[in-house]
Design a binder for this molecule. Structure first.
Ligand SMILES: [Zn+2]
Length: 108
């Protein structure tokens, strides 16, 4: 799977979202930018986005988001693995390669 920013796929129509967080008890103050990336491997049908969270230009977290139902991922991965991996691709989760869990919670 190769993920690239949406802006490289659709150009100027893409909008990057930035939120400013101040005086949080869990996060450092500053701007947090969310860069959504999508799989561009033509033979892959993972149907997920990986959202990079940047703080002061540094990637501080990576959020996975699979927009299909859990049953899609189970079928796509060839059946349930029994460890919850197939169903965990559905919805949002912090990626295992994320630089660190910073307390960002995304609801689906
Ligand atoms: Zn993919």
């Amino acid at each position: 799977m190769k993920f690239i920013p949406a802006g490289e796929i659709i150009g100027s129509a893409h909008q990057v979202r930035t939120v400013n967080i101040a005086k949080s008890s869990e996060l450092p103050d500053g701007d947090y930018t969310f860069v959504d990336t999508y799989c561009t491997t033509s033979t892959c049908d993972c149907r997920k986005a990986m959202i990079q969270v940047l703080h002061n230009g540094k990637c501080v977290s990576i959020i996975n988001f699979g927009w299909e139902k859990p049953s899609y991922y189970e079928k796509w991965m060839g059946g349930s693995s029994g460890d919850g991996l197939t169903t965990s691709m559905h919805g949002s989760s912090i990626d295992i390669t994320s630089p660190g869990v910073i307390g960002v919670i995304v609801s689906y």
